[in-house]
Design a protein around this ligand. Structure first.
Ligand code: ZN
Length: 160
């Protein structure tokens, strides 16, 4: 069976950046299960997997526009430290959830001084070209219930 919209796909994967550093990978014997064609993976990786079947290996190089977007300098902002009332320690690398025009966003603290905090609302992988090594472990039809929910049920999926 080939990967196409409305198939449940199981993959082992390793994600590296341009420098070859491993950013993420599936655990041994614990593939990622996803419902294809429902926005559960980044667009470039879904495109690279279309038409593949069990046992296929895929090396995909995915530009930022097909992954987590270009880095947007406009999303880096300096805000007064008093906006973080109730937070005792603010350090670079800390992440917060913030409400924005596009819903909940993760912001990352980049710099801190006595008066101001520089925060970055870009996705951590914005601007990165992503290198995926993928092995297709399984492809099956989705159930009607999975299709109506837009995600995978059962082992490795949503339990409800
Ligand atoms: Zn569900």
């Amino acid at each position: 069976m080939q990967i196409a919209a409305d198939k449940v796909v199981s993959i082992d994967y390793t994600l590296r950046n341009d420098a070859g550093e491993v950013l993420d990978q599936s655990a041994p014997d614990s593939p990622l299960h996803y419902l294809h064609g429902h926005g559960n993976l980044i667009p470039g990786l879904e495109s690279a997997l279309v038409g593949k079947s069990q046992g296929d290996q895929v090396d995909a190089v995915i530009p930022p526009a097909e992954a987590y977007g270009e880095f947007d300098a406009g999303l880096v902002q300096v805000v007064p430290r008093e906006m973080f009332q109730g937070v005792d320690t603010i350090e670079p690398g800390m992440q917060f959830q913030a409400q924005s025009g596009q819903g909940m966003q993760i912001i990352t603290v980049k710099e801190v001084n006595d008066e101001n905090v520089t925060v970055d609302a870009n996705h951590q992988l914005a601007g990165e070209t992503l290198h995926f090594d993928v092995t297709v472990k399984d492809v099956r039809d989705a159930s009607a219930e999975e299709l109506s929910h837009g995600h995978v049920h059962g082992p490795g999926g949503h339990e409800h």
